[in-house]
Design a protein around this ligand. Sequence first.
Ligand SMILES: [Zn+2]
Length: 153
Amino acid sequence: MNSSNRRSYQRDYHAKQQRYRTDRTYRRRQLEAMLERHQELRLAALKHYSEGLMRCRWCGIPDVRVLCLDHIADDGKTHRQEVGTGTAFLRAIAKAGYPPILQVLCFNCNYLKHLGASTTQPVNWYTVEAPEEVSDTAFLLDHLLSSGEASFP
Ligand SMILES: [Zn+2]
């Protein structure tokens, strides 16, 4: 960039900054475009890491609002320190061709993993079934029997 181009660039930059500060409609459009770009990147990443199925790998929930990207090896902290967070993070993994270090989990399963539930088996997305149903009655019966609050002949 030569000095004339640089001056022109700086003039544009400052004009945009000034407009961003003073023009509410412009600011709103800029923010909307930013959010839209973030959503596009997020959905593209979720789609890639769920093989297009947009489901939690553990429980199979298909609600995109509760899905997140999980670092399989729990090394997310160092990875985020390297590439950044939020949109910068999404941009970095897209640019890197979606390295196979992430998986799609829902926030609940992600938290269960955090609590150490690493033994939960990934579900087969193509035959997702609800886990074996545990009725309230069976649960209550187990509780009563094991706590000694009830006994049966
Ligand atoms: Zn889940």
